[in-house]
Design a protein around this ligand. Structure first.
Ligand SMILES: Nc1ncnc2c1ncn2[C@@H]1O[C@H](COP(=O)(O)OP(=O)(O)OP(=O)(O)O)[C@@H](O)[C@H]1O
Length: 331
């Protein structure tokens, strides 16, 4: 489990004067699910494309499964599976025909093709749909088939660029289950990019947040969430202004916001400070109607490190873009 399967050394990619990937060095362990988060244009796809040998680095290099991405690129390609953003299954074929065509492209020996196709279809839960035409598949099923296709040659590392974009919540859950199973059953390393913070949180062992081509922070989701040092205590009271004055006077927090009867108090460790907050309120004769503690989530982490919020407009816009792309392809 501790064996390093991906190692990058000062990887740089420039497009003219634009530095898309700016000196990235990182190590990823065998069997990890590793997430790359970042705003649009942060350099995630460029980094993945270099690791997949689709793009040549401007300088620096990386090793995957022991092979150098520049010197041994054909061995790197044999070690990896790729599922990139653009939906690319041919809808006029059955799932089996589609996999057959890709088994030929990947150079899977003919004698092994039947068994492998059976295996990967089973792995993504599409065995009973093998003879169905892909134009009858849902978006989630097509995505699962793309993952099956990326697994045909039994790669050690699977790259997933936005594996669940445009899918409904139930299909996303399905894809998450398959990714977890792959890691467990196949000891496969999975590198994924996503714009869904909850997805990254629930799925990834470690997450790197990238902005302007650089890794800003890299750690386990729990450490990232704990590290921004901010919980929010939400108090409902008839006297929010008075309570704010009391809490400020007691030096409990400088980050207190009032909205109607609600008082939001930003603190570093809510569990430790809550008794003190309640005690101060009681002493001042202020009645508290309810108390809730809100811990930081990955979205808070993302905003903290990038200053941007991906949870709303941008995600919706991207989802719409992919839906449009699919509609165009279907014509
Ligand atoms: N082929 C290219 N030619 C010129 N510039 C490029 C090319 N590919 C990417 N870039 C630029 O490199 C930077 C990083 O882009 P990249 O697509 O890697 O970001 P990203 O984090 O994957 O973004 P997104 O989340 O939108 O997919 C951007 O400024 C982009 O405009």
């Amino acid at each position: 489990m501790n064996q390093i399967i991906i190692e990058t050394d000062n990887l740089i990619k420039k497009f003219g004067s634009n530095i898309a990937v700016d000196n990235i060095s990182l190590s990823i362990k065998r069997g990890e699910v590793f997430g790359l988060l970042g705003p649009n244009g942060a350099g995630k796809t460029t980094l993945l494309s270099m690791l997949c040998t689709i793009l040549k680095p401007t300088s620096g290099t990386a090793r995957i499964n022991g092979y150098d991405i520049i010197r041994d690129n054909s061995m790197v390609r044999k070690s990896i599976g790729i599922v990139f953003q653009d939906p690319s299954v041919d809808t006029d074929m059955t799932a089996r025909e589609n996999l057959q065509m890709h088994a030929d492209l990947y150079g899977v020996p003919v004698s092994e093709q039947k068994e492998r196709i059976k295996d990967v279809l089973n792995l993504v839960g599409l065995s009973d749909k093998a003879e169905d035409f892909l134009n009858t598949y849902s978006g989630g099923m097509r995505r699962r088939l793309e993952i099956a296709r990326g697994l045909l040659h039994y790669p050690r590392v699977l790259f997933l660029d936005e594996p669940t974009i445009g899918l409904d919540p139930r299909s996303r859950e399905h894809i998450w289950d398959y990714i977890r199973m792959l890691r467990k059953r196949e000891d496969m390393t999975v590198i994924l990019t996503t714009h869904y913070m909850e997805e990254a949180d629930r799925l990834c062992d470690r997450i790197a947040i990238i902005d302007r081509g650089k890794i800003i922070i890299l750690d386990k989701p729990d450490v990232l969430k704990g590290g921004i040092g901010k919980d929010t205590v939400i108090l409902i009271t008839d006297e929010p202004d008075k309570l704010q004055t009391v809490l400020t006077g007691e030096n409990i927090s400088e980050d207190i916001r009032i909205s109607g009867r609600e008082l939001k108090v930003g603190v570093s460790h809510a569990n430790l400070l809550l008794p003190k907050i309640m005690e101060s309120a009681i002493k001042a004769g202020i009645r508290i109607e309810s108390v809730t503690i809100s811990n930081p989530d990955m979205n808070d982490v993302f905003i903290h490190y990038t200053g941007k919020n991906l949870s709303d407009d941008e995600t919706r816009e991207r989802t719409g873009r992919v839906a449009m792309m699919k509609r165009r392809r279907a014509r």
